[in-house]
Design a protein around this ligand. Structure first.
Ligand SMILES: [Zn+2]
Length: 93
């Protein structure tokens, strides 16, 4: 089948979904994440957009991996300092 790369639009049933890079806006927790050049299937008639499932899965895995270390650092108790803070400038007057 030579036409495996083409999908009829599920919305208008007239156009053809074409794989092209789009700008993806997705919300992760309370933050909006903008991903340029994200692969998506876009209808050439009604502009229906369907994001590529594989790429979306990879993005979600990437974003959840990005979030976990930030989560850990936030949960660190404040009374266990990792580096000494230089606060002696006022005492040296
Ligand atoms: Zn369409």
């Amino acid at each position: 089948m030579p036409n495996t790369e083409k999908y009829t639009c599920p919305r208008c049933h007239t156009g053809v979904l074409v794989l092209k890079p789009v700008t993806l806006y997705t919300k992760v927790g309370s933050e909006w994440v903008i991903v340029p050049n994200f692969p998506a299937w876009v209808c050439d008639v009604c502009r229906y957009t369907e994001y590529d499932e594989k790429a979306l899965g990879m993005l979600n895995a990437f974003l959840s991996a990005e979030r976990s270390p930030r989560h850990n650092s936030r949960r660190r108790p404040p009374n266990t300092p990792t580096a000494p803070r230089p606060q002696q400038s006022e005492e040296q007057k």
